[in-house]
Design a protein around this ligand. Sequence first.
Ligand code: OAD
Length: 246
Amino acid sequence: MVDDSTIKEVRDRFRAPGKVVVLTGAGVSAESGVPTFRGKEGLWHNYKAEDLATPEAFLRDPALVWQWYAWRRDLIRAVVPNPAHYTLAAMERLLDDFTLITQNVDGLHAIAGSRNILELHGNIWRTRCTLCGRVYEDRERDLSELPYCEYGSCDGLLRPDIVWFGESLNETVINQAYATSQDADTFLVVGTSSVVQPAASLAGVAKQSGAYIIEINIDPTPLTGIVDAILTGPAGKVLPKLVMTK
Ligand code: OAD
């Protein structure tokens, strides 16, 4: 439940000068129709991450992994951003110092108009060569057959440019995420179960540096105990209340 006094307190925080950092997870795209990962309806309830989202799975059966990512691309291609994405894009335009960190790979924040985005887990619309490392922005690539690198004579197998279980995050991106979290005056966590590291530790880093922490989620998470304000409810309903109204 979202009470008016918490809404007012949080709104005042955003209006005060200072650095605002937002961390988003799959819950932000749930109202667009993109399935989350955990919970009864989550992808990891019906599919095994170790068969689909690990480097070992890709070595074992790249066609199966690509089939799954092609299915997810089709699903995401058919959806549009929701008010949560649009509100975060509006916040970036309205606030002087605003950074968006996302665990989502769906690209919906950018479609909604966010520009300053740190994508911790990669992007489903990019592929990367397993041999030469070349990255392709290839939203329209035909994935009915295994994709291969077209650079010179490389011909290496392409993989989704996504961070899989057991892999390290891009060092530059995670270092920026830590640095910006450490500098945050206000840190908002939206729609993440806060169980996947290192993303889950960013709010703690901000808290230790004295930031005010806000969580928006439909359910409690391991983070809920340490936050300063809890706004319980769907992100697409709660977020617009924070900035779009008087
Ligand atoms: P999860 O599926 O673990 O968590 C989604 C969170 O969103 C849960 O806490 C839900 O309660 C919440 N939620 C669902 N609908 C919501 C809504 N409408 N409004 C607000 N909150 C809502 O997703 P993540 O925390 O993002 O990794 O998962 C982290 C990572 O684990 C993902 O990036 C993915 C996955 O394995 C990779 O793909 C590399």
